[in-house]
Design a protein around this ligand. Structure first.
Ligand code: G3P
Ligand code: MG
Length: 248
């Protein structure tokens, strides 16, 4: 049963900021989510060379910047030079890849909630998790309005070891049979999963067990109409404007 303080006060969470409105995982994208009324954003944190932590989704720099190569091997000084906006549109030319610290400061200045997804090159769990947790300890001291999610259960287990009070959320493409054991082991707050593979029985079981239930990535409200009935608490969407009707 749920022991964590209830922190999720929204039904709509912007995905990678607001990935349909601005270049994903940039400060512009976070601001775009806030501009259209979202009160929470999901962003991805990625470990690069020299222990750098950046807000980025892909294993390669190619799609979302004017650079190229393996993200993990990029140095912070190199990443700082990249343009992460032009690929999306000229209006965002010069937009940078944020550091985790820059994103935390931006999100706090906008008074948003944060779902921080830890990207999961499994070999790196022991490097990325302590670094992320230290950054959060220093820059997001309270447990309010912060959720840490990952597809990598080992990453969340290490988060739990470092600070059992944080609100943790395993991510699943397909919910495994032993999900209950996995969530209990880290005193999880939420289960976050792919809306298109979630079944009604699974959703109802998650809610009956006392957890929050979040679904990604839905950009068409019709596709998750049933999910609200099943108990889904919030939707993670590239375009929060599509779900503005929920707050009317
Ligand atoms: O946190 C939900 C969603 O972001 C997980 O998938 O690949 O978009 O990070 P992805
Ligand atoms: Mg993500």
């Amino acid at each position: 049963t749920l022991v964590k303080q209830d922190i999720l006060k929204t039904k709509v969470m912007g995905h990678r900021g607001a990935a349909l409105l601005a270049p994903e995982n940039t400060l512009a994208s976070i601001r775009a989510a806030a501009d259209v009324g979202a009160t929470w954003v999901e962003i991805d944190v990625y470990l690069i060379a020299e222990g750098g932590l950046i807000i980025f989704h892909d294993d390669s720099l190619d799609r979302c910047t004017n650079g190229s190569g393996v993200t993990r091997e990029a140095r912070p000084t190199e990443v700082a030079e990249l343009d992460a906006g032009s690929w999306f549109s000229d209006a965002f030319a010069g937009e940078k890849v944020p550091t985790l610290l820059e994103a935390l400061e931006c999100i706090q200045s906008l008074n948003l909630g944060l779902n921080l997804e830890i990207k999961h090159d499994s070999a790196d769990v022991e490097n990325i998790v302590p670094a992320v947790m230290a950054m959060l300890r220093d820059h997001w001291g309270d447990n309010n309005k912060l959720m840490i999610s990952s597809f990598n259960l080992a990453a969340l287990e290490l988060c739990y070891e470092i600070d059992p009070q944080r609100h943790l959320a395993p991510l699943y493409e397909e919910i495994p049979d032993d999900w209950q054991e996995q969530l209990a082991g880290i005193e999880a707050y939420s289960l976050n999963c792919d809306y298109s593979r979630l079944t009604e029985a699974q959703a109802r079981a998650v809610k009956a067990a006392g957890y929050k239930l979040l679904c990604y990535t839905a950009n068409d409200p019709q596709k998750v109409e049933a999910h609200w009935e099943w108990g889904m608490d919030a939707v993670i969407t590239d375009d929060p404007t599509k779900f503005a009707f929920l707050s009317e």
